[in-house]
Design a protein around this ligand. Sequence first.
Ligand code: ARG
Ligand code: ZN
Length: 889
Amino acid sequence: MTAKPDTPARITRLTDYTPPAYAIDSVHLRFDLDPAKTRVHSRMAVRRVAGAAESAALVLDGEDITLLTLKVNGEFVAFRQETDKLVLDKLPEAFTLEIETLNVPQANTQLAGLYMSGGAFFTQCEAEGFRRITYWPDRPDVMSRFHVTLRADKAAYPVLLSNGNLVSHTDLDGGRHEAVWDDPFPKPCYLFALVAGNLVCREQTVRAASGKTHLLQVYVRAGDLDKTEHAMESLIKSIAWDEQRFGLSLDLDRFMIVAVSDFNMGAMENKGLNIFNTKYVLANPATATDADYDGIESVVGHEYFHNWTGNRITCRDWFQLSLKEGLTVFRDQEFSQDLAAAAGGESARAVKRIEDVRVLRTAQFSEDAGPMAHPVRPEQYQAIDNFYTATVYEKGAEVVRMMQTLVGRAGFRKGMDLYFQRFDGQAVTCDDFAQAMADANPQSPLAQHLVAFKRWYSQAGTPHLHASGSLDPASRTYTLTLRQTLPDTPGQSDKQPQVIPVAMGLLGPDGAALPLWLDGQDKGSDTVLVLTETEQTFTFGNIDAAAVTPSLLRRFSAPVILDYAYPDADLLHLLAHDADPFNRWEAAQRLTLARVLAAVRGDELQLDPAYLDALRAVLRDPKLDPAFKELLLTPPGESYIAEQLDEVDPPRIHRARQALRTALAHELADDWQALWDSLTPQGGYSPDFASAGRRALRNLAQAHLCELGQTSWLGRVYQRVKDADNMTDRFAALAALVQVGAELAKPALERFAAQFAGEALVMDKWFALQASSPDHDGRQLDRVRALMQHPAFSLQNPNRARSVLFAYCQANPGAFHRADGAGYAFWAEQVQALDAINPQVAARLARALDRWRKLAPVYRDAAQQALRSVADSAMLSSDTREIIERALA
Ligand code: ARG
Ligand code: ZN
């Protein structure tokens, strides 16, 4: 993974794909686990695949491991050893290959392959970690039956886990023991996992709708058992949902989740043995917030849903990553939406949709407009780990969602059924998925425009959807013209039109929905227009209204930027009356954005009575969900605001947004107070949708009331940091004090740290809150450096490193971007320090300067200099180098 700067970059290209020449039908793996020297013995049944040349070589990947022995059919044979590869020639058609390697888990700080965390062994093999354990054709289209023997010291590692079913567990001499596991399903090596350590588990037996019983287990460290209930409940709900919505049931007798505190990503769907970042498992009311509870539910769902979309059908190659990730994100979003709707109705579904769109527009749209822009199915990479991106995940999910919109919910289910019927047990491509969806729905616009639709996979960049409408009273028609443009992105220009489903409706002057007559057909009051050409015109008949307000892109039916010159009056009209809650929220966002942007451009912030009255009406509307009100009253984030500008001055954006918050605090003071008073908690803490929504809105009110700066109020909030009976409220109070720079923030932070010193995930919040705090006095960078001197800080632990470095460099643009470039120098220093420890995490941090070209000149030169200084460093991983090179290209 570490390359000298003069080694030419190794680029992997989609067009170079060739099928493997050899299959490994089964493998027996034996691990003699030891932190300093783990021996891995592998015995593989290898077979040349039909059609491969007799002379074909077998290529095995290997990285940072020591080869001890290699035998073919029991004999030592000659082989070539290249960088990170072993090549074997002159092989029989079928043979047994035996390889023994040596690993040093305790020295593995990259957390890819076999590593130690808290004295226990864990593995992470996706995407290319298995080669760090043993030599193997490390590619997802080689699928094998795994039979695994684990041996270790029994006292130190009483629990020994791997994929599939436990075959035997026996004591050995010398205080060691052995567990044998067998996974009945062939799988690619990236889904292999083992865990060995001193863990405890919550377990439960469930009977699935199919009648089968399954053993579910959640493994954690000894003190954490009281934080596993929500993960277990989420798993049970996931199992039920996949059966009910997609007819997919759990195919294993036993399903295990293991929490680990050192983990590069969120979680991993290893067959039957999911390994999770503790952040997405552990929760109790005292330590986790509502957002944490939500995150656990969706990540537990996500990894569980991978069992079918990812594991039963996997990817042919890593360019197809979105085949499993986009689809599985879509599935976990639908899961959360269905659960929310069951609890809080259709408006709760809209709340979930808004939350997902916010993530998409913040993370993915900016990625798609910058140097890392790539198609949902990328065409080349240096380090595949860099392509676990918002584009592959979130935009990929939108592509699947558009298919559902085009074929309908029932049609989508038919497409999924056909997909499993055709490809179960195989490693396939994004084309295969789209084809199954189209074939199952031959009359749908998806099938009719499949070629154009699939450009969503191959073309990068966020399409702009330009809309204009005109009412013609004489002919009683309303004409809507839709036009799409797709910006150039690195390596791609002159793009072709894509298929854009535009859900829409029309509102009359009284706010009522107008009936939609299109081509003489009655389309009700909500329909989906399908744009397939660069430009198309849709004419609605029988329009008797004196004025028409179009509600476009309802539910955010496509991941595009809607350019429609909405007058304020139309937005106020939509905000007040639209039947689609998403577009009510969107109207408010547009109104707020326009006012913040004017302030960024240098005008004084103006909040007109019509705007304020509209917000007041929302806050006072008893029919609206508190969760929805909270989203509606939260202004767009700083990075989303930055995306609207050609030249970005981040501190200026921060000040403008802050000015808006302060103004809203004053203008709506009575409403905030009334909300605070009326939303008092009912009973003890419960993370359900309605209670969480009430807390969210009450805490938003609290934050605004803090802006007023009244000492008595701040004292009351301080009291809440001390007394709150749950982490959501306690942390919201702490954050409110820190946000306004109150004097009481300091004692509150100290108290909080003393109380939660033993809770790593809570301390992550404590670090992140301070690192992302506004720069009240010009000393924020000093404070960040001081946080790194805290005895509990560590660069080795990804969660902790992220809690300070990402919180400052990525989540705090107003403080990070400084005219003196000190923030960038700090970033350059930390990227390099982290790169020596963990390239995957370093490469993520490297992306904090992705959009440097958009910065105002005072920042731009310093940012470029910092990027160059990293590019010039002698040792850099291919992960980080790829990001830096793209940024500078
Ligand atoms: N497949 C995992 C998930 O989406 C993510 C694993 C990513 N690992 C990595 N090293 N990039 O749930
Ligand atoms: Zn995933």
